[in-house]
Design a protein. Structure first.
Length: 213
């Protein structure tokens, strides 16, 4: 999405927003219900028992989906354990992205660049002087801050970096002793992180470049 918004639709005929981005969980549950209807004869010979068993699964879906999606958002901003505070932080970012009309892909790619720059700096520090380094935008990377109103982003970013420091990635000294290994590991990490937040070849957009549909 060039500008993130839960009301974004991806079909020209979806005038009411039934299948909008933010409605996908409800639509997924509706699809599961229709699928379950087709499976009722296979679930139990007794129609009432079959319906009860199917409803138990369908009604559990929203909670399970919410947990899974919040965990995914946490991982996307580099918070591996997805604690309650982490989920709140991730959802706050989505709110700011909505308010600021931020580019979905560029926002997460910029955050990935900052995370990986921190990992690389820490790996070099462990190898060279045995110290650690903080996070910062990678060389040549567009800072995530440039995609937002700075004041709005800075308040969120301060909380994010505090949470990130609790999960600070440290390379064991025995592993980082080899300069070649210390240089190659962050490169593999950068590739994996960018695979998780792929980019499309388009010009970078800044705050105010568009409005939600």
């Amino acid at each position: 999405m060039d500008t993130f918004h839960p009301a974004t639709v991806f079909s020209s005929i979806d005038h009411g927003g039934r299948y909008a981005y933010g409605n996908q969980p409800k639509i997924a549950q509706w699809n599961l219900a229709r699928f379950a209807e087709a499976l009722l004869p296979l679930i139990d010979e007794n129609p009432q028992n079959a319906a009860a068993l199917a409803m138990e699964v369908i009604e559990a879906f929203p909670g399970r989906f919410e947990l899974a999606i919040e965990t995914g958002w946490c991982h996307k901003i580099g918070l591996p354990e997805a604690a309650r505070e982490d989920a709140a932080l991730a959802l706050d970012l989505l709110s700011i992205m909505t308010e600021q009309c931020a580019d979905f892909t560029l926002t997460f790619r910029a955050l990935v660049d900052e995370l990986i720059a921190g990992v690389e700096a820490e790996a070099r520090a462990e190898t060279e002087i045995g110290a650690t380094a903080g996070l910062g935008a990678g060389e040549g990377a567009q800072p995530a801050r440039d995609l937002f109103d700075p004041a709005a982003f800075d308040a969120w970013a301060a909380r994010w970096r505090t949470r990130r420091s609790m999960y600070s990635i440290r390379m064991p000294r025995s592993f980082a002793q080899s300069t070649k290994v210390a240089e190659a590991a962050p490169a593999r990490c950068r590739h994996a992180a960018r695979q998780a937040s792929p980019s499309t070849p388009r010009a970078a957009r800044t705050h105010g470049s568009g409005a939600p549909p």
